[in-house]
Design a protein around this ligand. Structure first.
Ligand code: FAD
Length: 390
């Protein structure tokens, strides 16, 4: 294993010459937020020795050359919303945050592509694209904070992955700085690109271990003209889960099928001062369908609603207007934060299982909960078999 060196004053001075004083910090208080991501701080946090915030690909290359020369570890960082600890500088050294590389460089409507720096917030990107009737479809649920580069490094994907897949499906090209400080351009604006190795695939999901993604070109889709949501309460979590695969087999591809157990609904509602009908409810599915026109969306929505009713749904609520949709999605989005308020001592774990195994997840969680005397709250992207336990 490589023995890393410590960051000395000489190295900090070299970084300051390369980046300017505002982009280099060794202040303990300022660096603290870079010592962790969204994993448990008590267990996993580790302080960096220096934090750098480059403003260009060239500056990133200079940092990597300095780090290589002095054998200093570098941990790339996006928004720090990761749940797998990848942005934690476990060996100390340099945290390289791309937060100042947040420019959208080109929206190419003709080629349905956007080129952006890695530090742009996912939601900001989609807000800009919306003005052009376009969107980047492969984003995760943390879109209000996470960066584009982080999404690529994690190959993230969220609620909409049922229909649209995850980030990797949309990456056309990348600019990457290698550990030794070389700048490489991979891919282009074409869908089929088979001249040579498709190295960009190697960087998608590489969690910052192979280099720093500084720019990305992302494939865009036309913004769906219509969308509607169903909120479907069931008496038991098992009933709710069993409907998921029935919906998928119906030949309809919803945009999302989200699962929330009773505890997660109640905690999130309390946190938001919101009220949803929860009497006798063991779990809910939140199902979204979008499409090019309202009549197609409506007919698919009715078919899914009927399927739920035929398979044990207590009620089927339709949220057609934006305000109601936002209210119920806010409940889903805020579960993790609500649980943190409910119990400061908690741990968040994501698991993913094949769709066919979804039904086995809940009994196993119940068994673990009883065996270890811990409360397990479960929610997640049921349509893709991704569940979060907290
Ligand atoms: C409330 C909540 C909801 C979430 N929902 C989802 C979800 O639905 N789906 C999902 O997949 N994830 C989800 N996540 C996890 C997380 O938000 C995503 O993985 C997100 O893509 C991470 O982006 P980030 O910018 O925060 O990256 P960070 O956490 O900063 O970094 C993540 C990893 O990427 C590396 N990295 C970051 N930027 C770069 C770069 N420019 N070049 C090279 N490597 C880099 C880091 O070293 C690290 O290994 C959720 C997290 C929270 C807190």
């Amino acid at each position: 294993m490589v023995e890393y060196n410590q960051v000395t004053k000489e190295i900090v001075d070299e970084l300051i010459v390369a980046l300017g004083p505002y982009n280099v910090t060794i202040d303990y208080e300022k660096m603290e937020m870079y010592s962790h991501d969204e994993t448990n701080i008590e267990h996993y946090a580790h302080m960096p020795e220096v934090v750098v915030t480059p403003e260009s690909t060239e500056q990133v290359a200079m940092i990597m050359r300095i780090a290589t020369k002095y054998v200093i570890p570098v941990t790339p960082r996006g928004a720090g919303s990761g749940l797998s600890g990848g942005a934690i500088p476990v060996y100390g050294g340099i945290v390289l945050s791309v937060e100042r590389m947040n420019r959208i460089l080109e929206i190419d409507k003709e080629n349905l592509a956007v080129t952006s720096e890695a530090g742009v917030i996912t939601n900001d990107l989609n807000e800009q694209l919306k003005k052009e009737g376009l969107f980047f479809a492969g984003y995760p649920m943390s879109l209000e904070t996470c960066f584009l580069g982080g999404n690529i490094a994690e190959n993230a994907g969220g609620g909409r992955a049922v229909k649209y897949g995850v980030t990797g499906r949309y990456v056309l090209a990348l600019t990457v700085v290698t550990p030794s400080g070389e700048i490489i351009h991979l891919g282009g604006k074409v869908t089929k690109d088979v001249s040579g190795y498709d190295l960009k695939q190697l960087y998608i999901g590489s969690e910052g271990t192979l280099g720093i993604i500084t720019e990305a070109t992302i494939k865009l889709l036309g913004l769906p003209q219509a969308k509607s949501d169903l909120l479907v309460p069931f008496a038991t979590a098992e009933q709710a889960i069993s409907v998921v695969s029935l919906i998928m087999r119906e030949g309809i591809i919803p945009t999302s099928i989200e699962f929330m157990d009773q505890a997660s609904i109640e905690m999130s509602c309390e946190y938001l001062n919101e009220s949803l009908p929860t009497d006798g409810v063991g779990a809910m599915l939140l199902i979204e369908i979008d499409g090019t026109d309202e009549s197609t969306v409506e007919s698919e929505l009715l078919r899914v609603g009927q399927l739920c009713e035929d398979n044990g749904a207590i009620e089927v609520y339709i949220a057609e207007d934006f305000y109601t949709q936002e209210r119920i999605w806010a409940v889903r989005r805020n579960i993790a934060e609500a649980i943190k308020i409910y119990s400061p001592i908690q741990s968040l774990e994501d698991i993913v299982v094949p769709i066919g195994s979804i039904a086995k997840v809940l009994p196993e969680l119940e068994r673990l909960s009883k065996a270890h005397h811990v409360k397990i709250v479960c929610y997640g992207h049921a349509g893709t078999g991704i569940f979060t336990q907290q």
